[in-house]
Design a protein around this ligand. Structure first.
Ligand code: 3H9
Length: 691
């Protein structure tokens, strides 16, 4: 039985036992109702709901969302719990998320251990709480706090939960023992005021106005994701309508969203991230000490990311001045985090203290993992890896943060090519979640497993890639940028392309990104590429801008003009440069609609992604989606470029084939989602019926 019943004295313990996270599927829902029925018996004074293992209940079983809902539904379960005539105490260790928190909210008392995390993360899955969460929560905590919790999905720790009134107590003794004692204490007390659905919410015009502001802000930041705004509407409804009306509306909206494409996309990316993080065989070795080479922006960010996870880090620079500048950059970044209230000064000091600077490679002699983040040329990498090979312990793993260079060539300069791996971080490395782990031809499986485990320990979302120019993400980005560049020649403007793509949900448009990162950076990269390995027409405008000194934001002009770092408008020179490029390449300008702009750029990334899978550079399409969502600003609620292409079905495939016939069609790889070599639905997740 997934819900074990046990009687301790006259207290009935209901133990939820559905490893690994005690998600609620049909059997647990049934078991909870049965438990509440048993609790009504005369020999029971009170009921405790507790999880087995490290979690209370991590929510509804997400895997069931692909199938028709089966009774008993969670709303029935929570109503039964709340209606119990005997007090019910939720004893929360670990996660009480989504439906798990809704169960706890239906209980009459909530006791949590210090490690508890309580939240309603449904919006991150394209849903809203569907079992009374939006209606009970604002009857317990400040409605604005409730609105923030449902909109962001961010969980609260036990201390914060106690502060906002979400729980009654933090356990001071072993959870189960204290829960039974608390249940005994409350057993004879009246349940008046303990059933949240019976309570009212104190409201005011000021609160309603604040909710309206929060909603406007949330909708703007959601980039087209629907659930967060709807969740706030439901909190407002809780303030303005009786509980029954609110909960009926919540259920209706939940069912609507459950079968939406956005929910299917977000489930896809949820499972794809977990699949990508799994090992591919090989036992992980332990990593206790880490070295980082290079204290520039990237190296400093990597050092912080590692130090934040509690590892001692030795940061190496070539000389004292460069080292001091790097350590200063790190100190300022932590100071900034404190000023913005992202962390306390104590935590910042602890993390900062994990980083020690040195200029001598001998300081790396004890490191288990050394991550090189130096200048991006083969000569520099070559010399660093030779030196590392000489000083590092024989079992130490040598990693490079290169974004493009050939890891096999880097490994070949060492006597331990099996110990060499790519760890491609994204900037800022202490913030961005994505980490491409690049395995070379000779990388030992244990080294790969260690890199994956290390990535997870440092809070990253890892994806394994094989060696090719740009690995997974930058290779897809090149295809995406190629189409954006060609669209300029064919008649679009930078601002139209950028707007179409940000309206689609991209965090920024490709030309705004080019200006931000420096148009000269891409230009330099192309200069060392094999001639014929990229489309010159697509980047002629970029290259001409660079030759005229327009490198983007840092020079005050690129595709756009800037004043004090803010966009002032289009750069008027671009139109002439585009006209000249058109003439040069014999391209006629035409009217290009928004649909084509988005389709060309996104499908180009998807097609390249499919090709990457076909070549075995990525293991599965889900990995490709995870990379573009977490490293390149692709809207999560669209599931990634390949998922998006799949959702377009036959129309999408026809469009791909059409582009492959177009004037620059030779750049479109032949792979398409119907290709038998590319399994686009890992783990049996269907994109069409996953809702
Ligand atoms: C909901 O509750 C709707 C209700 O409002 C209304 C209903 C009417 N279901 O992440 P991990 C699996 S919506 C099924 O690697 P961690 C996960 O796939 C739900 N499976 O561990 C993985 O499986 P595998 C609201 C789930 O320790 C394994 O558990 N709840 C679920 O890093 C371990 O997961 C959420 O959104 C689930 N709900 O993190 C919570 N959760 O080993 C979603 C996990 O086969 N979950 N699995 O790959 C999480 O945020 C994290 O998993 C958690 C643990 C923090 C719990």
């Amino acid at each position: 039985m997934p819900i074990h019943q046990e009687i301790v004295g006259r207290i009935l313990l209901l133990r939820v036992d559905n490893p690994p996270v005690n998600a609620l599927s049909r059997v647990e829902r049934r078991g909870l109702i049965d438990g509440i029925v048993r609790g009504a018996d005369e020999d029971i004074d009170a009921v405790v709901i507790i999880g087995t293992g490290a979690s209370f209940i991590a929510g509804a079983d997400i895997r069931e969302f692909g199938q028709p809902p089966e009774p008993p539904h969670l709303p029935e379960v929570v109503e039964a719990i709340e209606a119990s005539t005997k007090p019910v105490v939720a004893a929360i260790a670990g996660q009480a998320l989504g439906g798990g928190l809704e169960v706890a909210l239906a209980c009459h008392y909530r006791l949590a251990s210090a490690d508890a995390r309580l939240g309603l993360p449904e919006t991150t899955l394209g849903l809203i709480p569907g079992a009374g969460g939006t209606q009970r929560l604002p009857r317990l905590v400040d409605p604005l706090v409730a609105a923030d919790m449902v909109a962001t999905g961010k969980p609260r720790n036990a201390t914060s939960a106690l502060q906002i009134g979400l729980i009654d107590w933090i356990a001071e003794r072993p959870l189960e023992i204290e829960a039974v004692e608390r249940a005994r204490d409350v057993a004879r007390q009246s349940l008046d005021g303990r059933r949240l659905s019976e309570g009212n919410v104190a409201t005011s015009t000021a609160i309603i106005e604040a909710l309206a502001h929060l909603k406007a802000d949330t909708v703007r930041k959601s980039r087209g994701a629907l659930a967060p705004g709807i969740a706030i509407d439901l909190i407002r409804l809780a303030l303005q309508s009786p509980y029954d009306a609110g909960v009926a509306e919540e259920r209706a909206r939940f069912l609507e969203l459950r079968s939406s494409p956005q929910a299917a996309a977000l489930r896809h990316i949820f499972f794809a991230e977990r699949e990508a993080a799994k090992g591919q065989g090989g036992a992980a070795r332990s990593v206790a000490r880490v070295g980082v080479i290079g204290a520039g922006t990237m190296g400093a960010g990597i050092a912080m990311s590692v130090a934040d996870a509690g590892f001692p880090v030795t940061l190496i620079e070539q000389n004292e001045a460069a080292l001091a500048a790097g350590l200063d950059r790190i100190a300022r970044a932590y100071g900034d985090g404190v000023a913005r209230k992202r962390l306390t000064s104590e935590v910042a000091a602890e993390r900062r203290a994990n980083i020690t600077g040195a200029t001598d490679y001998e300081a790396l002699a004890q490191a288990d993992l050394i991550i090189e983040a130096a200048f991006e040329t083969m000569e520099v990498k070559d010399s660093i890896f030779r030196r590392l090979d000489a000083v590092a312990r024989p079992e130490a793993i040598l990693a490079t943060n290169t974004s493009y260079l050939d890891i096999d060539a880097i490994a070949a300069v060492t006597d331990r090519p099996g110990q060499v791996v790519g760890l491609h971080y994204f900037s800022p490395a202490n913030v961005m979640k994505l980490l491409e782990i690049v395995h070379g031809r000779k990388t030992d499986p244990a080294v790969l497993a260690t890199a994956l485990a290390f990535a997870r320990r440092t809070g990253k979302i890892p994806v394994v890639a094989g060696v090719c120019h740009g690995f997974i993400g930058n290779r897809m980005l090149r295809a995406y940028n190629r189409e954006a560049g060609l669209l300029l020649l064919e008649g679009a403007t930078p601002s139209r392309v950028d707007k179409a793509l940000t309206d689609f949900g991209m965090a920024m448009g490709p030309f705004a990104v080019a200006d931000l990162s420096g148009i000269d950076i891409g230009h330099k990269g192309r200069m060392v590429m094999e001639p014929g390995s990229y489309e010159p027409a697509a980047f002629r405008v970029h290259d001409t801008l660079v030759s005229r000194g327009f490198h983007g934001r840092k020079t005050g002009a690129g595709f756009y003009l800037y004043c004090d770092g803010k966009v002032e408008g289009d750069n008027p020179e671009v139109a002439d440069i585009v006209a000249a490029a058109r003439e040069n390449f014999g391209v006629e300008a035409r009217n290009i609609d928004t649909h084509e702009i988005v389709e060309r750029c996104i499908f180009a990334a998807a097609a390249e992604g499919l090709q990457i899978v076909k070549e075995g550079i990525a293991a599965r399409p889900g990995d490709v989606d995870v990379v573009f969502v977490n490293g390149y600003g692709f809207p999560r609620h669209r599931g990634g470029p390949i998922f998006h292409l799949n959702q377009a079905g036959d129309v999408g495939v026809a469009a791909l084939r059409g582009y492959a016939q177009g004037p620059f069609g030779r750049w479109w790889p032949a792979a398409d989602p119907h290709d038998s070599n590319v399994e686009t639905h890992p783990r049996g997740q269907s994109t069409q019926d996953a809702a």
